[in-house]
Design a protein around this ligand. Sequence first.
Ligand SMILES: [Zn+2]
Ligand SMILES: [Zn+2]
Length: 185
Amino acid sequence: MAVDNDTALVLMQNRKRIYRQRVNKMSRYDIQQVCENGHKITGCYTKAPEDRAEFCKKCGAKTIIACPYCHKKIPGDELRGDWRGIWNPVNSLDVPCYCTSCGKPYPWTQKKIATAIQIFEEFGELDVKEKKTIKKDIENIAKDVPEAELSARRIKRIWDKYGLLAYEAIMEFASRTAAKILKGP
Ligand SMILES: [Zn+2]
Ligand SMILES: [Zn+2]
C-alpha cells in the first residue's frame, strides 16, 4: 500500500517525538577526577578525556577517580541524552566529602579533619576533658550524624581560644547542620 507524503511526514514526526521523549528521560553520571587535596580536575572524566590530569595544576598532588577504600568511582557531572543519542552535561556536582558506597571520608576530607584536630591540639589550651573529646567532636561535625549537634555546641564553647584559624579550618568540612550551630548566636 502506498503512503502519501503527508502521512509519511506525520509518521516520521511521531517517531521522532516518541524517541525524544524516551531519550530525554535518560540520564547518567560521568566520573569525577579530584586531586588528593580536594581540587576538582574534571566532572566529565569519560566524556572529555582531554581534561584529565595525572597531577593537580593548583597544588601538584596526585589525582584519583575512585574511592581508595572500596574503589567505587567518584560521581561526576550528570549527563542527559538528547534526541540524537548524544550525552550532554546538564548538572555539575561538587566535590563530595564522603564516599556514598562505603561511607569513608575521601582523602581531602581526611586531611581537612586532621588539620583541624592539629590546630585545636597545638594552638588551643585544652583542658583534660576537652582533650578527650576534641578528636571525636571534630569528626562528628564533618558528618550529618545526630551526635554532630552536641559536638558543635562543645566546639563552640571552646571556640574563643582558637580564633580565625580554627574557624576557617572547621568550616571547610563542617556539615550543614553543624555549620549552622557554629555560626549561630
Ligand atoms: Zn590540588
Ligand atoms: Zn568507598
